[in-house]
Design a protein around this ligand. Structure first.
Ligand code: SF4
Length: 277
C-alpha cells in the first residue's frame, strides 16, 4: 500500500498511527445506506476537546510518538475547531488525520486551524457524486457544498480523500457517467487528491433495508450464499440494472488516471471503452 499511487492509501501505511476515537456514532446519522440503527452510528455523543487533548498529551508522553489517526465516523466541525485550538495553545507538535463529512461547517477558519494544529489529511464520503442520488440517499450535502468544503480544506493545505459509491439503487448508467465527470472535474480543479469507488451494499440496519420499495428494490427471497456472511448484507433484486462490472472497472481505471494527473481531457464514456478492451 505504501507504494500505491493513491496518496491517501500511501499515507495510511507510511508509519505507525496512534488510534483514538473522539466521538461515538455520527452526528448526522441519516444516510440511507448506512447502518444508522446500530449504536456505533446512531447513538452520537462527543468528548470534550480539552479532555481529548489531555489523552493525546498522555499518549505522546507514553509512546514518544506524535502521529494520530482519529477513527471517528465523522469528526464534527465544532469539535475539529475546539480540538485544534487545544493542540495549538498547548504547543503540541503532532500530525493527525481523520474522517469527516463534507460539511459546510468546515469553513476557511476551521480548516486553517486544523492545518495549523497538525491535520495533514481528511477522508469523507462524496458517495454517488450526483445530485439526484445524493438527495435520495439523504447525504445532507450537494455537489456544490462539497466542492466548497474541499476548497477550504485544500486552501489550508490538507489532503482530501473521497469515498465514492456506485451501483446505488435506481442509479442509471448515465448517472454513473455523470458522477465520474463530476469527480474528474474535482480532480482537475485541484479539489481532490485521492478517491476510491466502493460498490453499494444493502445492509440490515440501514434505512434502505427498512423501506426497500422506496428505493426500487426487493429483498431476494433466494439470497446468494456469499451474501449471508455475518447476516449483515442483504441480497436484493432490482429491475433494469446497468451492466455494473463494466462500469465499476471504468470508474476504477479513470480514477487511477486522475490521481496520477492524467486523462482529464477524455469524456467519461472513453473509460467504458477502455474497460471493454
Ligand atoms: S455514511 Fe457517514 S455521514 Fe452518513 S450516517 Fe453513516 S457515518 Fe454518518
Amino acid at each position: 500500500m505504501y507504494e500505491s499511487i493513491n496518496p491517501m492509501h500511501n499515507l495510511w501505511s507510511d508509519r505507525v498511527w496512534l488510534k483514538l476515537q473522539l466521538t461515538n456514532g455520527c452526528y448526522w446519522h441519516k444516510c440511507a445506506f448506512c447502518d444508522v440503527a446500530l449504536d456505533y452510528i446512531g447513538n452520537f455523543c462527543c468528548c470534550d476537546a480539552s479532555q481529548a487533548a489531555d489523552v493525546v498529551e498522555q499518549l505522546i508522553k507514553k509512546t514518544g510518538k506524535r502521529d494520530f489517526h482519529f477513527t471517528d465516523e465523522a469528526i464534527p466541525p465544532v469539535l475539529a475547531r475546539e480540538l485544534s485550538k487545544e493542540f495549538i495553545s498547548r504547543g503540541l507538535k503532532l500530525t493527525w488525520w481523520g474522517n469527516i463529512r463534507f460539511d459546510k461547517g468546515f469553513s476557511d477558519e476551521v480548516c486553517k486551524l486544523m492545518a495549523q494544529s497538525g491535520c495533514v489529511a481528511i477522508s469523507a464520503g462524496l458517495e454517488c457524486a450526483q445530485e439526484r442520488l445524493l438527495k435520495l440517499m439523504n447525504k445532507g450535502i450537494t455537489l456544490e457544498s462539497a466542492r466548497e468544503t474541499c476548497r477550504a480544506l485544500k486552501s489550508a493545505g490538507i489532503m482530501v480523500h473521497a469515498y465514492l459509491m456506485y451501483d446505488f439503487p435506481t442509479e442509471t448508467e448515465e448517472e454513473t457517467l455523470e458522477a465520474l465527470t463530476n469527480v474528474r472535474d474535482m480532480f482537475a480543479d485541484g479539489l481532490l487528491d485521492s478517491a476510491f469507488w466502493h460498490r453499494f451494499a444493502l445492509t440490515v440496519h440501514s434505512p434502505i433495508a427498512a423501506n426497500p420499495s422506496a428505493f426500487g428494490i426487493t429483498p431476494d427471497p433466494n439470497p446468494r450464499p456469499d451474501k449471508l456472511f455475518a447476516l449483515n448484507e442483504i441480497s436484493y433484486l432490482e429491475q433494469d440494472k446497468p451492466y455494473i462490472h463494466r462500469l465499476g472497472e471504468a470508474l476504477r481505471i479513470a480514477t487511477h488516471n486522475y490521481m496520477a494527473g492524467n486523462g482529464f481531457e477524455y469524456p467519461s464514456k472513453f473509460w467504458i471503452n477502455i474497460a471493454d478492451t
